[in-house]
Ligand binder design. Structure first.
Ligand code: C5P
Length: 315
């Protein structure tokens, strides 16, 4: 087949701890990532030319080579020049549902879909870890988006260990339409304020990683203990984003006043999420927060934890 449609799911961070600096300028992280069933659809079609073309229905998403999905196709064409010469380039159409600049890895999920889709269109037969190695060259969250589900991510975010599925939980997501946060800004601010406390000794880094791995969040996930998971949500980037964006801090407080299992900002924000045990509870939380904030710029979604990052669309 010369065309595929893929569903690319958003992610939230149940846990994000910044351990220290890396020689490559990135941060050493330990994160628990979770796919949620808010998704974009990516249509890929071999176009018989040597030009990658990209279209998106969202005005804020670039239709050029600055788009991560375009860069994914470009990387594939460089790495697999024989297949590119034989089958040609692709048209990429992105149907956006995941909000942009939200801390939900929407752009990363789109790029992951292009890597997997081109592997199929060009009949390359790559393994998941081969695709994830390519993904890591494009961005820190993209390897997770290839596999998805529930995972512990370390290093830059590209080293993944699968965790047991938590498919029983619901999530309310909330984001102000006109507000977005640049991830490099959030990490830069964090470094400016907190670099004194960074772990520098490799043994200390190793030991902190082991502590998290055998710590309460991973144990709560293994036991599918929803209450504990809700209480152990953590994100270091809240320390820089919430003071700079008081609207986000107020949104988080509004969630805290509901019957949620726990609430937290996702990634570098500004999306705030709240966990719920049932769809009815999630719906109630959504209504309560929508009522408390009553701002037409606020968008809210009820979603569910998802067991994968990508899916080939039916039909
Ligand atoms: O890898 P990605 O392009 O998604 O990262 C976006 C930005 O986030 C980087 O430019 C960097 O400023 C910051 N970052 C970081 N350490 C990480 C991941 C991201 O400092 N592990």
């Amino acid at each position: 087949m010369r065309s595929y449609s893929l569903i690319a799911f958003a992610k939230i961070n149940l846990y994000l701890e910044i351990l220290g600096d890396r020689p490559d300028g990135y941060h050493e992280l330990v994160m628990v990532m979770q796919s949620v069933d808010l998704a974009d659809r990516i249509d890929l079609r071999a176009n018989g030319t040597d030009t990658i073309r990209i279209y998106c229905n969202h005005p804020q998403v670039p239709n050029d080579n600055t788009n991560l999905a375009y860069q994914a196709a470009e990387l594939m064409s460089q790495q697999f020049s024989d297949a590119f010469a034989r089958y040609g380039a692709v048209d990429i159409a992105i149907h956006k549902q995941i909000p942009v600049g939200a801390g939900l890895a929407g752009g990363s999920a789109n790029a992951a879909a292009v890597l997997v889709g081109l592997d199929m269109i060009w009949k390359l037969g790559l393994t998941q870890s081969e695709i994830q190695e390519l993904a890591a060259q494009l961005g820190s969250d993209i390897p997770f988006c290839v596999s998805g589900g529930t995972a512990l991510a370390t290093g830059r975010g590209e080293k993944l260990a699968t965790l047991p599925d938590l498919d029983h939980l619901y999530v309310v997501l909330a984001k102000y339409r006109g507000l977005w946060v640049a991830t490099p800004w959030a990490y830069k601010m964090y470094r400016q304020i907190f670099s004194e406390s960074y772990l520098r000794d490799p043994d200390d880094l190793e030991s902190r990683l082991r502590q998290v791995h055998s710590g309460p969040m991973i144990a709560a996930i293994a036991q599918r203990d929803s209450r504990q998971i809700g209480q152990l949500l953590h994100n270091d980037l809240e320390k820089v984003v919430l003071p700079e964006y008081p609207k986000v801090a107020r949104l988080r407080e509004a969630f805290q006043r509901t019957a949620t299992l726990g609430t937290m900002m996702s990634g570098s924000g500004p999306t705030v999420f709240a966990l719920a045990e049932s769809q009815a509870q999630a719906q109630q939380i959504k209504e309560q927060v929508g009522h408390a904030i009553a701002d037409p710029d606020l968008e809210l979604w009820v979603t569910k934890f998802n067991q994968c990052g990508l899916q080939v669309a039916e039909g």
